[in-house]
Design a protein around this ligand. Structure first.
Ligand code: SF4
Length: 225
């Protein structure tokens, strides 16, 4: 089904982008994986962040990196020790097998270097389009749009359209325009943090939202999309 996008000017999108980035600069959360561009550390963070919260990952991340500081160490580690390191995140057996298999594949096919090509990244076990895009953007500085459940929720509320398919052409077009030329990490981190603290799924705190004046769903939660 083709959704009709609301009229949104390039100027409006630039203003929204600037406000989210400014809000993030003052209010954004600090996580160790946001302080690095090391492709290995970024890839590990994004793989760990699937199906859990950033807070949960922050409790195990530095210990994980200390125990498995490189692709070669991770590739040679027993699944049981990887599983123990990520146990508190849940799904530890699946996570551990995918982390090890990805490390083995990177060792064998890419001489231990994290690939910077979407197709090669997405061929790794446990790496889908979002993780691949996050690595390309956050680690390699490529202006790649990122679309996950947080972004989908945020743009649905902001533009008053119920987007449910993150791979739809409409969503891709809107996020591509919202990200501007650079698709800076701070925009996406800002959206993630806004959704976790202000644009809450049950009861958004619109009066504290930096983009309230642009939002088609602002006001009571019953009006939110
Ligand atoms: S104004 Fe409210 S509904 Fe709109 S993006 Fe902000 S918090 Fe979400």
């Amino acid at each position: 089904m083709t959704l009709r996008l609301p009229d949104i000017s390039t100027r409006e999108l630039a203003a929204i982008r600037a406000r989210v980035r400014r809000w993030f600069g003052k209010n954004g959360r600090s996580f160790p994986w946001r302080e690095t561009r090391d492709p290995y550390r970024v890839l590990m963070a994004e793989m760990l962040l699937r199906r859990t919260t950033a807070t949960a990952v922050s409790r195990v991340y530095l210990g994980f990196i200390e125990q498995f500081p490189s692709i070669s160490v991770l590739a040679g580690a027993p699944v049981s020790s990887i599983s123990a390191a990520v146990e508190s995140l849940g799904l530890q057996e699946v996570r551990a097998k995918q982390l090890k298999a990805a490390a083995v594949q990177i060792s064998m096919q890419h001489s231990g270097s994290i690939p910077h090509d979407a197709g090669e990244l997405e061929s790794l076990p446990g790496v889908g389009e979002y993780v691949s895009s996050a690595v390309l953007n956050f680690a390699f500085g490529q202006p790649v749009p990122l679309i996950d459940g947080n972004v989908l929720h945020f743009i649905s509320r902001l533009f008053g359209v119920k987007f449910s398919d993150r791979s739809s052409a409409e969503v891709r077009e809107l996020v591509s325009r919202l990200g501007g030329r650079r698709h800076e990490p701070e925009l996406y981190w800002g959206i993630i943090d806004l959704v976790s603290s202000i644009c809450l799924r049950k009861k958004p705190r619109c009066s504290r939202c930096p983009v309230e004046s642009f939002c088609r769903s602002r006001g009571s939660d019953s009006r939110a999309v």
